[in-house]
Design a protein around this ligand. Structure first.
Ligand code: ZN
Length: 274
């Protein structure tokens, strides 16, 4: 069952002509593989799809839970696709819920297959054993990461731009004040430049490694950027600000110049240091 199927696919048709080519049953999508721009835009938590081989396509959660941040990053796919067009750069996006298997966790991370998330028990994961975990890794997690790495290797020096979204408030916690958070781990070159660019806009409250730290060994940035020295940054947008296609496109337009300026700045620094 594809939760919220109608509104989701109606949304996609507005995002751009490229979405005509997105196969709803594919485990992930690569859009614009041959675009010449310097970025590799990634969307690890793009959709809430539960494929049919996972408990008949149903994790046992109510649709209301499948449509909130525990199952995916609402709005992140639309922003990623719009940025791909604006920056003329390739995009890779998953098409399985993070509750199926979380592509932004290392294979050995205990949270790669969640049994509980933000106070909600996931019935179909409760008894998922090691064999089922391995099956989900082999069917979804690894093929996505193989395609991600192959796409990264198509360019000499791609900058990895990971797009995520966060919920304004976790259950029982204070409201989060940031509109946007920039996350990084040991390599903060691009993120620091992007933060400086974003802070020129006085109307923005920019989270620096907020709402959570960008340091997570084995996550996507670690695998595909830190280990190989690729420029990288992870952008978290508050999901109430990107809940419709107009807002997703508006945020992509708003991010275009800061991203471009930040990447130019790190490249200038790199060549000055060389
Ligand atoms: Zn995410």
């Amino acid at each position: 069952m594809l939760y919220d199927a109608i509104s989701f696919w109606v949304q996609l048709t507005y995002v751009g002509r490229v979405t005509e080519y997105l196969d709803p049953s594919a485990p992930f999508w690569v859009i614009g593989a041959d675009r010449p721009g310097p970025w590799l835009i990634t969307c690890d938590h793009a959709t809430n799809r539960v494929p049919p081989d996972i408990n008949g396509g149903d994790l046992g959660l109510p649709a209301a839970d499948m449509n909130r941040h525990i199952a995916f990053d609402p709005g992140s796919l639309g922003v990623s696709l719009a940025l791909g067009e604006l920056l003329d750069s390739p995009v890779i996006a998953t098409n399985f819920s993070r509750l199926v298997i979380d592509p932004n966790r290392g294979e050995d991370d205990p949270t790669v297959l969640m049994r509980l998330y933000d106070g909600t028990i996931i019935p179909a994961n409760r008894h998922a054993n090691a064999a089922e975990r391995e099956r989900r890794l082999a069917t979804y997690h690894r093929p996505y990461h193989d395609a991600y790495e192959a796409l990264a290797q198509q360019k000499a020096d791609p900058a990895v731009l990971a797009i995520h979204s966060f919920t304004p408030q976790l259950t029982g916690r204070p409201r989060r004040p940031w509109e946007i958070g920039i996350l990084f781990a040991s390599d903060d070159r691009l993120s620091r430049c992007l933060i400086s660019e974003l802070q020129k806009d006085a109307s923005l409250t920019v989270g620096i490694n907020e709402p959570y730290s960008g340091h997570l060994p084995g996550d996507s940035i670690d695998r595909h950027a830190l280990r190989s020295g690729r420029q990288n940054t992870l952008v978290e947008l508050r999901n109430d600000l990107i809940s419709n296609v107009e807002d997703q496109r508006a945020w992509a337009r708003r991010l275009r110049e800061p991203l471009t300026n930040a990447l130019n700045a790190v490249h200038q620094k790199d060549s000055a240091d060389a």
